[in-house]
Design a protein around this ligand. Structure first.
Ligand code: NAP
Length: 241
């Protein structure tokens, strides 16, 4: 067996049609897991990815409780849940609309509550399971213009630590990965000056690649991490230390 093998496990990854989620789905499949590719609007990309990695694509808007529950049910007996779906609606607090607040909290945080609630019963019964929730360095340190996003990502950390305490006795683990700045469509929109400033503060001197986050997720899902729960693993090139 290879290091961090996930042979024989079923993994559900939300927001897996592109970016970091896509890389996580590929990495977990590479580790031997059967992967369910959750997507909202990227049908063609999700289906192409599912056929590439021998998995299944299932559509669901995870910000809607009923759809998130349905996604977990259709995925079957899930051994690994990775909550990766996320959005930004940046803006200064004074001008932030209720819609921008709710869209980010519902998509990034409430979705984690919905899917975890749906998946834990089966995991507890089987006395095995690994959950990884994708937060952000912004949830740890905050960021200008991201009160909604920062609240959602900090919320994920408090949620996951609490869940880890609830589920530990059933051998179900829950951890967080908190990426720094990773090259995806989410960060493509950042102005040049913001990217340069970040690079200047990053000891490793580069932006992250989706695969950097995927490797950390694979590790946390595997038996090599069997004594790790309630952890927050920064994958940020040293930016947040
Ligand atoms: P991305 O390329 O924009 O991908 C976001 C994914 O989330 C897409 O697959 C999208 O699905 C899905 N999604 C959005 N809303 C959804 C909903 N309501 N229901 C289901 N799926 C939904 O972003 P990314 O950079 O890969 O980000 C992935 C995660 O990493 C996010 O949680 C983000 O906050 C976090 N993160 C990213 C960075 C970074 O620098 N990129 C840093 C820290 C944390 P569709 O396209 O199918 O609609």
């Amino acid at each position: 067996m290879s290091f961090a093998s996930l042979e024989g496990r079923t993994a559900l990854v939300t927001g897996a049609s592109k970016g970091i989620g896509r890389a996580i789905a590929q990495e977990l499949a590479c580790a031997g897991a059967t992967v369910v590719v959750g997507y909202r609007s990227g049908k063609d990309e999700a289906e192409a990815l599912a056929s590439e990695i021998g998995g299944r694509a299932i559509q669901a808007d995870v910000s809607v409780a009923e759809q998130a529950k349905q996604l977990v049910e259709e995925a079957g007996d899930v051994d690994i849940l990775v909550n990766n779906a996320g959005v930004t609606r940046d803006g200064l607090l004074a001008r932030m609309s209720d819609d921008d607040w709710r869209a980010v909290i519902d998509t990034n945080l409430s979705s984690v509550f919905y899917t975890c609630r749906a998946v834990t019963r089966g995991m507890m019964k089987r006395r095995a399971g690994a959950i990884v929730n994708v937060s952000s360095i912004v949830g740890v340190h905050g960021n200008w213009g991201q009160t909604n996003y920062g609240a959602s990502k900090a919320g994920i950390i408090g949620f996951t630590k609490s869940l880890a305490r609830e589920l530990g006795s059933r051998n179900v683990r829950a951890n967080v990965v908190a990426p720094g700045y990773v090259k995806t469509q989410l960060t493509d929109v950042l102005p040049e000056e913001a990217t340069s400033a970040m690079l200047g503060n990053t000891p490793l001197g580069r932006l992250g690649e989706p695969g950097d986050v995927a490797g950390a997720v694979r590790f946390l899902c595997s038996d090599e991490a069997s004594f790790i729960t309630g952890g927050v693993l920064l994958v940020d090139g040293g930016l947040g230390m």
